[in-house]
Design a protein around this ligand. Structure first.
Ligand SMILES: [Zn+2]
Length: 368
Protein backbone atom coordinates (compact mmCIF):
# COMPACT_ATOMS: atom_id res chain seq x y z
CA UNK A 1 0.00 0.00 0.00
CA UNK A 2 3.10 2.24 0.00
CA UNK A 3 4.16 2.14 -3.65
CA UNK A 4 1.84 2.47 -6.60
CA UNK A 5 0.94 -0.80 -8.28
CA UNK A 6 -1.58 -1.42 -11.03
CA UNK A 7 -2.22 -4.21 -13.50
CA UNK A 8 -1.15 -3.48 -17.07
CA UNK A 9 -4.14 -2.52 -19.20
CA UNK A 10 -4.19 -5.74 -21.25
CA UNK A 11 -4.34 -7.99 -18.16
CA UNK A 12 -6.81 -5.72 -16.36
CA UNK A 13 -9.12 -5.80 -19.40
CA UNK A 14 -9.09 -9.61 -19.60
CA UNK A 15 -9.68 -9.98 -15.86
CA UNK A 16 -12.58 -7.53 -16.18
CA UNK A 17 -14.11 -9.74 -18.88
CA UNK A 18 -14.08 -12.73 -16.55
CA UNK A 19 -15.49 -10.58 -13.74
CA UNK A 20 -18.32 -9.39 -16.01
CA UNK A 21 -19.09 -13.02 -16.96
CA UNK A 22 -19.28 -13.86 -13.26
CA UNK A 23 -21.58 -10.89 -12.70
CA UNK A 24 -23.86 -12.11 -15.51
CA UNK A 25 -24.04 -15.51 -13.82
CA UNK A 26 -25.01 -13.89 -10.50
CA UNK A 27 -27.58 -11.66 -12.21
CA UNK A 28 -29.17 -14.71 -13.85
CA UNK A 29 -29.34 -16.67 -10.61
CA UNK A 30 -30.43 -13.76 -8.39
CA UNK A 31 -32.81 -11.74 -10.58
CA UNK A 32 -34.32 -14.43 -12.83
CA UNK A 33 -33.72 -17.65 -10.89
CA UNK A 34 -33.80 -20.61 -13.30
CA UNK A 35 -35.62 -23.89 -12.54
CA UNK A 36 -33.78 -26.16 -10.11
CA UNK A 37 -33.23 -28.59 -12.96
CA UNK A 38 -31.66 -26.03 -15.30
CA UNK A 39 -29.74 -27.62 -18.14
CA UNK A 40 -26.75 -26.74 -20.27
CA UNK A 41 -29.06 -25.10 -22.81
CA UNK A 42 -30.39 -22.68 -20.16
CA UNK A 43 -26.85 -21.68 -19.22
CA UNK A 44 -25.84 -21.06 -22.83
CA UNK A 45 -29.04 -19.14 -23.55
CA UNK A 46 -28.28 -16.70 -20.75
CA UNK A 47 -24.49 -16.68 -20.60
CA UNK A 48 -23.39 -17.50 -24.15
CA UNK A 49 -20.17 -19.44 -24.61
CA UNK A 50 -19.26 -18.93 -20.94
CA UNK A 51 -22.17 -21.31 -20.24
CA UNK A 52 -20.33 -24.02 -22.21
CA UNK A 53 -17.29 -23.52 -20.00
CA UNK A 54 -19.31 -23.45 -16.78
CA UNK A 55 -21.58 -26.43 -17.35
CA UNK A 56 -19.04 -29.22 -16.63
CA UNK A 57 -18.10 -27.26 -13.48
CA UNK A 58 -21.75 -27.32 -12.32
CA UNK A 59 -23.10 -30.58 -13.80
CA UNK A 60 -26.64 -31.98 -13.70
CA UNK A 61 -28.84 -31.75 -10.57
CA UNK A 62 -28.21 -35.42 -9.75
CA UNK A 63 -24.44 -34.96 -9.79
CA UNK A 64 -23.78 -31.40 -8.72
CA UNK A 65 -20.21 -30.26 -8.02
CA UNK A 66 -19.56 -28.21 -4.87
CA UNK A 67 -19.76 -25.12 -7.08
CA UNK A 68 -23.07 -26.36 -8.57
CA UNK A 69 -24.43 -26.91 -5.06
CA UNK A 70 -23.38 -23.37 -4.07
CA UNK A 71 -25.29 -22.01 -7.09
CA UNK A 72 -28.34 -24.09 -6.08
CA UNK A 73 -28.24 -22.59 -2.56
CA UNK A 74 -28.11 -19.07 -3.97
CA UNK A 75 -30.91 -19.89 -6.39
CA UNK A 76 -33.11 -21.25 -3.59
CA UNK A 77 -32.57 -18.05 -1.57
CA UNK A 78 -33.51 -16.00 -4.64
CA UNK A 79 -36.72 -18.01 -5.19
CA UNK A 80 -37.87 -17.63 -1.58
CA UNK A 81 -36.74 -14.02 -1.09
CA UNK A 82 -36.83 -11.99 -4.34
CA UNK A 83 -36.45 -8.54 -2.64
CA UNK A 84 -33.42 -9.87 -0.72
CA UNK A 85 -31.95 -11.23 -3.98
CA UNK A 86 -32.42 -7.83 -5.66
CA UNK A 87 -30.74 -6.14 -2.74
CA UNK A 88 -27.86 -8.65 -2.81
CA UNK A 89 -27.28 -8.14 -6.53
CA UNK A 90 -27.41 -4.34 -6.11
CA UNK A 91 -24.78 -4.53 -3.32
CA UNK A 92 -22.51 -6.70 -5.50
CA UNK A 93 -22.79 -4.30 -8.46
CA UNK A 94 -22.25 -1.30 -6.20
CA UNK A 95 -19.10 -2.76 -4.58
CA UNK A 96 -17.62 -3.94 -7.87
CA UNK A 97 -17.52 -0.27 -8.93
CA UNK A 98 -15.37 0.72 -5.91
CA UNK A 99 -12.42 1.68 -8.12
CA UNK A 100 -14.47 4.45 -9.71
CA UNK A 101 -15.27 5.99 -6.32
CA UNK A 102 -12.00 5.81 -4.40
CA UNK A 103 -11.44 9.23 -2.84
CA UNK A 104 -15.15 10.03 -2.71
CA UNK A 105 -15.58 10.69 1.03
CA UNK A 106 -19.11 9.25 1.16
CA UNK A 107 -18.31 5.94 -0.54
CA UNK A 108 -18.54 2.76 1.52
CA UNK A 109 -18.98 -0.91 0.62
CA UNK A 110 -22.38 -2.55 1.04
CA UNK A 111 -21.79 -6.30 0.93
CA UNK A 112 -20.87 -6.51 4.62
CA UNK A 113 -24.30 -5.03 5.51
CA UNK A 114 -26.26 -7.84 3.80
CA UNK A 115 -28.00 -10.51 5.79
CA UNK A 116 -25.46 -13.27 6.56
CA UNK A 117 -27.40 -15.82 4.44
CA UNK A 118 -26.46 -13.84 1.31
CA UNK A 119 -22.85 -13.33 2.40
CA UNK A 120 -22.51 -17.05 3.16
CA UNK A 121 -24.11 -18.04 -0.17
CA UNK A 122 -21.85 -15.77 -2.24
CA UNK A 123 -18.63 -16.83 -0.51
CA UNK A 124 -18.06 -20.27 -2.10
CA UNK A 125 -18.98 -18.87 -5.53
CA UNK A 126 -16.51 -15.97 -5.35
CA UNK A 127 -13.77 -18.17 -3.92
CA UNK A 128 -14.28 -20.78 -6.63
CA UNK A 129 -13.67 -18.17 -9.33
CA UNK A 130 -10.39 -17.33 -7.61
CA UNK A 131 -9.44 -21.03 -7.45
CA UNK A 132 -10.03 -21.31 -11.19
CA UNK A 133 -7.68 -18.37 -11.71
CA UNK A 134 -5.07 -19.87 -9.36
CA UNK A 135 -5.16 -23.51 -10.40
CA UNK A 136 -4.81 -25.40 -13.67
CA UNK A 137 -5.31 -23.63 -16.98
CA UNK A 138 -7.13 -20.60 -15.59
CA UNK A 139 -9.88 -18.97 -17.68
CA UNK A 140 -10.24 -20.04 -21.29
CA UNK A 141 -9.24 -17.41 -23.83
CA UNK A 142 -11.95 -18.46 -26.31
CA UNK A 143 -14.90 -19.00 -23.98
CA UNK A 144 -14.38 -15.68 -22.18
CA UNK A 145 -13.40 -13.70 -25.31
CA UNK A 146 -10.00 -12.75 -23.89
CA UNK A 147 -7.45 -10.81 -25.87
CA UNK A 148 -4.40 -12.45 -24.29
CA UNK A 149 -3.90 -16.16 -23.63
CA UNK A 150 -5.76 -18.21 -21.05
CA UNK A 151 -5.80 -16.08 -17.91
CA UNK A 152 -4.00 -17.48 -14.85
CA UNK A 153 -2.92 -16.06 -11.51
CA UNK A 154 0.71 -16.60 -12.42
CA UNK A 155 0.26 -14.40 -15.47
CA UNK A 156 -1.54 -11.74 -13.41
CA UNK A 157 1.20 -11.72 -10.76
CA UNK A 158 4.05 -11.68 -13.26
CA UNK A 159 2.54 -8.70 -15.01
CA UNK A 160 3.44 -6.61 -11.91
CA UNK A 161 7.11 -7.52 -12.28
CA UNK A 162 8.25 -4.66 -14.54
CA UNK A 163 6.89 -1.95 -12.26
CA UNK A 164 8.07 -3.45 -8.95
CA UNK A 165 11.89 -3.01 -9.37
CA UNK A 166 12.24 -5.84 -6.86
CA UNK A 167 10.44 -3.84 -4.14
CA UNK A 168 7.29 -5.01 -2.34
CA UNK A 169 4.66 -2.33 -2.89
CA UNK A 170 3.19 -2.95 0.56
CA UNK A 171 6.19 -2.92 2.93
CA UNK A 172 9.08 -1.38 0.92
CA UNK A 173 11.12 -4.58 1.51
CA UNK A 174 12.38 -6.97 -1.19
CA UNK A 175 9.60 -8.34 -3.42
CA UNK A 176 11.05 -11.84 -3.71
CA UNK A 177 12.51 -13.68 -6.65
CA UNK A 178 10.19 -13.76 -9.63
CA UNK A 179 11.89 -16.92 -10.86
CA UNK A 180 10.41 -18.79 -7.93
CA UNK A 181 6.97 -20.09 -8.83
CA UNK A 182 5.51 -19.65 -5.39
CA UNK A 183 6.82 -16.15 -4.78
CA UNK A 184 5.76 -15.01 -8.24
CA UNK A 185 2.30 -16.11 -7.25
CA UNK A 186 2.10 -14.44 -3.87
CA UNK A 187 -1.16 -12.65 -4.38
CA UNK A 188 -2.83 -10.35 -1.89
CA UNK A 189 -6.51 -9.46 -1.98
CA UNK A 190 -6.60 -5.85 -0.78
CA UNK A 191 -10.24 -6.45 0.23
CA UNK A 192 -9.87 -9.97 1.70
CA UNK A 193 -11.85 -12.52 -0.30
CA UNK A 194 -13.10 -14.09 2.92
CA UNK A 195 -15.19 -10.95 3.56
CA UNK A 196 -15.70 -9.55 0.06
CA UNK A 197 -15.79 -12.73 -2.08
CA UNK A 198 -17.36 -10.89 -5.01
CA UNK A 199 -14.01 -9.02 -5.35
CA UNK A 200 -11.93 -12.23 -5.44
CA UNK A 201 -10.96 -11.70 -9.10
CA UNK A 202 -11.40 -7.92 -9.30
CA UNK A 203 -8.60 -6.30 -11.36
CA UNK A 204 -8.13 -3.51 -8.79
CA UNK A 205 -8.10 -5.87 -5.82
CA UNK A 206 -5.24 -8.27 -6.65
CA UNK A 207 -1.65 -7.25 -5.92
CA UNK A 208 1.67 -9.03 -5.97
CA UNK A 209 3.35 -8.63 -2.58
CA UNK A 210 6.21 -10.25 -0.67
CA UNK A 211 5.66 -13.49 1.16
CA UNK A 212 5.98 -11.79 4.58
CA UNK A 213 3.23 -9.29 3.80
CA UNK A 214 0.86 -11.86 2.35
CA UNK A 215 1.42 -15.05 4.30
CA UNK A 216 2.62 -13.82 7.69
CA UNK A 217 1.26 -10.35 8.34
CA UNK A 218 -1.76 -9.20 6.36
CA UNK A 219 -3.67 -12.49 6.03
CA UNK A 220 -7.34 -11.51 6.46
CA UNK A 221 -6.56 -8.19 8.17
CA UNK A 222 -8.61 -5.37 6.78
CA UNK A 223 -6.90 -1.98 6.55
CA UNK A 224 -10.29 -0.64 5.41
CA UNK A 225 -11.94 -1.88 8.63
CA UNK A 226 -15.57 -2.78 8.10
CA UNK A 227 -15.60 -1.27 4.58
CA UNK A 228 -17.69 1.70 5.66
CA UNK A 229 -17.00 5.17 4.20
CA UNK A 230 -14.97 6.00 7.29
CA UNK A 231 -12.91 2.81 6.98
CA UNK A 232 -12.21 3.31 3.28
CA UNK A 233 -11.38 6.99 3.82
CA UNK A 234 -8.83 5.92 6.43
CA UNK A 235 -6.72 3.61 4.27
CA UNK A 236 -4.23 3.81 1.43
CA UNK A 237 -4.90 1.83 -1.73
CA UNK A 238 -2.02 0.31 -3.74
CA UNK A 239 -3.33 1.83 -6.97
CA UNK A 240 -5.44 4.87 -6.08
CA UNK A 241 -3.74 6.23 -2.95
CA UNK A 242 -0.25 4.82 -2.35
CA UNK A 243 1.14 5.84 1.03
CA UNK A 244 4.86 6.42 0.28
CA UNK A 245 4.39 10.12 -0.50
CA UNK A 246 2.06 10.68 2.45
CA UNK A 247 3.69 8.89 5.37
CA UNK A 248 6.24 10.39 7.73
CA UNK A 249 8.72 7.74 8.83
CA UNK A 250 10.55 8.72 11.99
CA UNK A 251 13.31 6.86 13.85
CA UNK A 252 13.37 7.34 17.60
CA UNK A 253 15.61 6.09 20.39
CA UNK A 254 14.07 2.79 21.59
CA UNK A 255 15.88 2.59 24.94
CA UNK A 256 17.52 5.67 26.53
CA UNK A 257 21.29 5.36 26.44
CA UNK A 258 21.30 2.63 23.80
CA UNK A 259 21.65 2.80 20.06
CA UNK A 260 18.52 0.77 19.40
CA UNK A 261 15.96 2.57 17.26
CA UNK A 262 12.23 2.23 16.96
CA UNK A 263 10.59 3.27 13.71
CA UNK A 264 7.36 5.21 13.87
CA UNK A 265 5.00 5.83 10.95
CA UNK A 266 2.64 8.77 10.87
CA UNK A 267 0.37 10.50 8.37
CA UNK A 268 0.10 14.20 9.27
CA UNK A 269 -3.04 14.64 7.13
CA UNK A 270 -4.95 11.53 8.25
CA UNK A 271 -3.31 9.66 11.14
CA UNK A 272 -5.82 6.80 10.72
CA UNK A 273 -4.28 5.88 7.36
CA UNK A 274 -0.86 5.31 8.96
CA UNK A 275 -2.51 3.43 11.83
CA UNK A 276 -4.45 1.12 9.48
CA UNK A 277 -1.32 0.47 7.41
CA UNK A 278 0.62 -0.50 10.52
CA UNK A 279 -2.34 -2.40 11.97
CA UNK A 280 -2.61 -4.69 8.95
CA UNK A 281 1.10 -5.12 8.12
CA UNK A 282 2.87 -4.52 11.49
CA UNK A 283 5.39 -2.30 9.75
CA UNK A 284 6.70 -0.49 12.84
CA UNK A 285 7.75 -3.78 14.39
CA UNK A 286 9.15 -5.24 11.17
CA UNK A 287 11.01 -2.06 10.22
CA UNK A 288 12.42 -1.48 13.72
CA UNK A 289 13.76 -5.04 13.88
CA UNK A 290 15.33 -4.83 10.46
CA UNK A 291 16.89 -1.39 11.00
CA UNK A 292 18.38 -2.44 14.34
CA UNK A 293 19.85 -5.57 12.76
CA UNK A 294 21.67 -3.35 10.29
CA UNK A 295 22.48 -0.43 12.56
CA UNK A 296 26.00 -1.42 13.61
CA UNK A 297 26.98 -1.97 9.98
CA UNK A 298 25.49 1.41 9.10
CA UNK A 299 27.47 3.22 11.82
CA UNK A 300 30.66 1.39 10.71
CA UNK A 301 30.06 2.59 7.15
CA UNK A 302 29.71 6.18 8.38
CA UNK A 303 32.91 5.88 10.45
CA UNK A 304 34.71 4.57 7.32
CA UNK A 305 33.40 7.50 5.29
CA UNK A 306 34.63 9.90 7.98
CA UNK A 307 38.08 8.23 8.05
CA UNK A 308 38.24 8.47 4.26
CA UNK A 309 37.34 12.16 4.44
CA UNK A 310 40.04 12.85 7.05
CA UNK A 311 42.70 11.10 4.97
CA UNK A 312 41.73 13.06 1.88
CA UNK A 313 41.16 16.46 3.45
CA UNK A 314 43.20 16.32 6.64
CA UNK A 315 40.23 16.71 8.97
CA UNK A 316 36.59 15.82 9.39
CA UNK A 317 34.21 18.27 11.05
CA UNK A 318 30.69 17.75 12.36
CA UNK A 319 29.49 19.75 9.41
CA UNK A 320 31.36 17.49 6.98
CA UNK A 321 29.86 14.38 8.57
CA UNK A 322 26.39 15.91 8.27
CA UNK A 323 27.10 16.50 4.59
CA UNK A 324 28.14 12.86 4.15
CA UNK A 325 24.88 11.72 5.79
CA UNK A 326 22.84 14.18 3.70
CA UNK A 327 24.39 12.71 0.53
CA UNK A 328 23.42 9.20 1.67
CA UNK A 329 19.94 10.46 2.51
CA UNK A 330 19.60 12.00 -0.93
CA UNK A 331 20.52 8.67 -2.52
CA UNK A 332 17.94 6.78 -0.43
CA UNK A 333 15.24 9.30 -1.37
CA UNK A 334 16.19 9.17 -5.02
CA UNK A 335 15.87 5.38 -5.07
CA UNK A 336 12.52 5.32 -3.26
CA UNK A 337 10.40 2.54 -4.74
CA UNK A 338 13.29 1.26 -6.85
CA UNK A 339 15.41 -0.23 -4.10
CA UNK A 340 14.18 -2.04 -0.98
CA UNK A 341 14.29 -0.49 2.53
CA UNK A 342 14.63 3.20 1.44
CA UNK A 343 11.95 4.59 3.78
CA UNK A 344 13.33 3.01 6.95
CA UNK A 345 17.01 3.61 6.08
CA UNK A 346 16.31 7.27 5.37
CA UNK A 347 14.63 7.58 8.79
CA UNK A 348 17.61 5.94 10.51
CA UNK A 349 20.05 8.23 8.67
CA UNK A 350 18.09 11.33 9.73
CA UNK A 351 18.24 10.11 13.31
CA UNK A 352 22.00 9.57 13.10
CA UNK A 353 22.52 13.01 11.54
CA UNK A 354 20.49 14.70 14.27
CA UNK A 355 21.63 12.66 17.29
CA UNK A 356 24.78 10.61 16.69
CA UNK A 357 27.24 12.96 15.01
CA UNK A 358 29.47 13.40 18.08
CA UNK A 359 29.37 9.67 18.83
CA UNK A 360 30.33 8.72 15.27
CA UNK A 361 33.19 11.26 15.28
CA UNK A 362 34.44 9.87 18.60
CA UNK A 363 34.45 6.36 17.08
CA UNK A 364 36.24 7.69 14.03
CA UNK A 365 38.94 9.27 16.21
CA UNK A 366 39.28 6.03 18.15
CA UNK A 367 39.53 4.03 14.92
CA UNK A 368 41.92 6.56 13.30
ZN1 LIG B 1 5.99 -6.79 1.70
Amino acid sequence: MLHKRSLPRSVSRDLSRVLIAKLRLLKWILLTPPPATFAKGDLIKDLGDVGNWLFPRIRKPTKRTAFGKALDTLRNHAVTDPPGANNCYAAVVHDIGFHRHWGNPGFGMRFQNLDSKWQDALKPIGEQFYHWLALGDGFCKHRFGLIGNNLTRRQVMESFHAQSHGVCGYCDGPAGESSDDREANDCDHFFPKSQWPHLAIHPHNLFRVCKGCNSTWKLDNTPMGDGSAQGIGGTYHPEFLPGAGLVEVIAECAVPGSRRLSINIDDPIKPRRAASLDGSLKLRERWSNQVNERLDASVSELVSDAIFSRRREGHVSEEKLREIIDDLLFRETEKLGQRPYCLRYAAALRFQRDNHIAEILAEERGAG
